[in-house]
Design a protein around this ligand. Structure first.
Ligand SMILES: Cc1ncc(COP(=O)(O)O)c(C=O)c1O
Length: 441
């Protein structure tokens, strides 16, 4: 990623800004002092985090609006959103700012993309039975959107089942190829591929570039990457990935307050005629404009990216340094836990991002999604550990295998004690002879 001027998004060598002051350990603690100090928070994945400096910047934006709303609306809001779009353009290596729209979250971005497909069915550009391909591990809300916008409109959905635990990305490539061939063998046109960059649960880094290339070779019309967890977590170069559409949340791993996300759409696809699902005055003026005003509401979360870039520049290596260290730390912690519990990681280190899946001892008796949820609650309430748990259905013939995996994460606020607390909690449960069967709903 290029070095950015945080205030205007340009890359400049003239009149350089004063060097940012490296953040000290006590400043770092104070940036996250609003976090509940009793909780070992090893779930950055669900809701991200927002440092105090950024919360203050957001409040300044909110007050600017409340102080003189008309002036803010007529003179400030549009240029500020444009500035955010410019910064994102540079961060993701998009060609043009018009390719970038700011929306609330990845769920909204998915609605924009899938609604476009609905209209293609209604206007007979797509025929009943044309297919959409997505991973079986696609995010639940996105799957519901596919149901609402594609299945209801007469589309066929092909789900690509992936093995888990997984040993290498070639297993994903193999399964994806098989699914595309299956779709084509049935004579279906595959109109859209929805591919996660980092799946949510179980969390695995997907070889998106390879899958995009395969979709192109197989004649899939459009490719949408759901990178909800990606920006600030792994590198995004939209030109290199080569998809038509790409979304990522800014509030998960890029320190923005909830909620803000970008949706990239390659300019050569401008005929895509994308629209925001909430229609307001800007309807017909292009997705970026439509998204920049969806009615009166709080837009402040979309306006603090300059301050976020200033914040990350205070860390060694900036956002790339943060990503690198988070990845290294989460893999180390996952290996430490797996060793302590006699289990294994769900994916090799190179398929982990700043999140990793760690197998939990089989004796805990995690036998359903409901058990996984109850165990998560138990860990929160009894041990003050916040961590999502995944239930993996055993394949036929498996006995006493790992059916539970914890999705741990690492972000700049984490300390090694967070993971020790989790390790010790699970060891205690094992020692007590605990099983999920004793937990009530
Ligand atoms: C892969 C994936 N897609 C989409 C989403 C939806 O994100 P949001 O709730 O911010 O819209 C998530 C949320 O965790 C996710 O993991």
């Amino acid at each position: 990623m290029a070095a950015l001027h945080p205030c205007n998004g340009t890359v400049t060598t003239q009149n350089p800004e004063p060097e940012p002051q490296p953040i000290t350990p006590s400043e770092l603690r104070s940036e996250f002092s609003h976090h509940d100090p009793t909780i070992a928070r090893i779930n950055n994945g669900s809701f991200g985090c927002c440092p105090a400096t950024i919360i203050a910047a957001q409040q300044r934006q909110q007050l600017l609006f409340l102080r003189q709303p008309d002036d803010f609306y007529f003179n400030t809001l549009k240029p500020s959103i444009l500035q955010t779009r410019r910064l994102i353009q540079t961060l993701i290596n998009a060609d043009q700012v018009d390719e970038v729209s700011i929306v609330d979250n990845a769920t909204t971005a998915a609605a924009v993309v899938l609604q476009h497909s609905t209209w293609s069915f209604f206007s007979s550009v797509f025929q009943a039975g044309d297919a959409v391909v997505m991973l079986h591990y696609a995010y639940g809300a996105v799957k519901k959107s596919v149901q609402a916008y594609i299945s209801r409109a007469g589309g066929h959905v092909i789900e690509v089942h992936l093995p888990f635990p997984i040993k290498s990305s070639s297993e994903i490539i193999y399964e994806f190829e098989k699914a595309l061939q299956r779709g084509k063998a049935n004579g279906r046109k595959i109109r859209l591929a929805v591919i996660d960059h980092i799946t949510s649960m179980p969390s695995v880094l997907i070889p998106v570039k390879e899958l995009v290339r395969m979709c192109r070779d197989e004649g899939v019309d459009r490719i949408f990457i759901d990178g909800a967890h990606a920006i600030g977590n792994v590198e995004i170069d939209v030109k290199d990935i080569g998809a038509d559409l790409y979304t990522s949340n800014l509030h998960k791993w890029l320190f923005c307050p909830p909620s803000a996300a970008f949706l990239y759409c390659k300019i050569s696809n401008e005929l895509l005629d994308l629209h925001h699902p909430v229609v307001s005055h800007e309807y017909g003026n292009g997705l970026a404009m439509e998204s920049a005003w969806t009615g009166t509401r709080d837009y402040s979360a979309q306006l603090v990216l300059p301050e976020v870039l200033e914040f990350v520049s205070r860390f060694e290596g900036g956002i790339e340094g943060i990503m690198r260290r988070n990845h290294k730390a989460v893999v180390e912690m996952a290996q430490m836990l797996a060793e302590a519990w006699g289990t294994e990681l769900g994916a090799p280190p190179e398929m982990c991002s700043s999140m990793a899946m760690v197998g939990m001892p089989a004796c805990l008796g995690i036998k359903s999604d409901s058990d996984a949820l109850k165990l998560r609650k138990h860990l929160r309430e009894r041990f003050k550990v916040e961590v999502p748990i995944y239930y993996r259905m055993p394949v036929e013939g498996e006995v006493d295998s790992m059916t539970g995996y914890a999705r741990i994460s690492h972000q700049v606020y984490n300390v090694v004690e967070d993971y020790y607390r989790f390790r010790d909690a699970v060891n205690k449960l094992v020692k007590e002879g605990f099983t999920c069967a004793v937990l009530s709903d």
